[in-house]
Write a protein that binds this ligand. Sequence first.
Ligand code: NAX
Length: 273
Amino acid sequence: MAEPIRVVVTGAAGQIAYSLLYSIAKGDVFGKDQPIILILLDIPPMLPVLDGVVMELQDCALPLLREVIPTDKVEVGFKDIDAAILVGSMPRKEGMERKDLLKANVAIFKTQGAALDKYAKKTVKVLVVGNPANTNCLIASKSAPSIPKENFSCLTRLDHNRACSQVAMRCGVSSNNVKNVIIWGNHSSTQYPDVHHAKVNVGGAEKAAYDAVKNDAWLRGDFISTVQQRGAAVIKARKLSSAMSAAKAICDHMRDIWFGTKEVSVCRKEIKL
Ligand code: NAX
């Protein structure tokens, strides 16, 4: 069996991490034969919570999980890591100005970027989830100049999955029959879900999304607003923000970065030939 890889998840005591850690530890992201050392990073007041998460991971008795290391120190968290999933960030509190939120997050992602630069493997793949994800990702990348900038990406896959699923449900097919959906913009209500290049496989025949859906008004109206406002709708219903679906999207995103997508694999093969 392969040598274990080291994977850090920040915000590890939070609600997304609670779903995410289990999926990573059971092999959904890095492969079913890839042993893993999981490092759980959070802030000092959350260390007792992390102890509970560690106990639960141990109690899952997962064969791929070789070690779990809880910590509040970046020098421990980022040491020799192969993959970093940066979920933890400062949430917007009541009465907080956008600039105050940005200031708090700049400090977090500068520190974590510098720690990646100093302690992580140069091949590390970094996925930023904590919002504002695009800005935080840019800051982390700029603070880690010795790591190639293409190793950094941030999460838009949840919006992508939401869009694919909406189209799939409309067409009565499963979501893996929908491809080439694009999300333009930030992970916010100003994003633009774009299906102009999307294809849907209906009963074995690949069709343009507009031909498969056969409802242009829906695609131009409710489809877009549903995807744009899905996060708010989940909060309204659950009284908590998306966690299970966010964790699934993180897994999809990191797995595709790690292994490549089907289309990319085909391209690579073609280049080799
Ligand atoms: P939680 O509040 O449940 O958990 C966040 C955790 O991060 C807490 O345990 C907190 O102590 C920790 N934390 C804060 N500062 C930290 C630091 N400097 N180092 C390490 N840990 C730190 O939030 P959760 O629901 O898990 O969401 C986490 C983040 O994901 C939020 O910023 C949220 O906005 C963002 N999301 C981003 C999405 C995207 O598509 N880009 C979708 C899902 C999610 O909303």
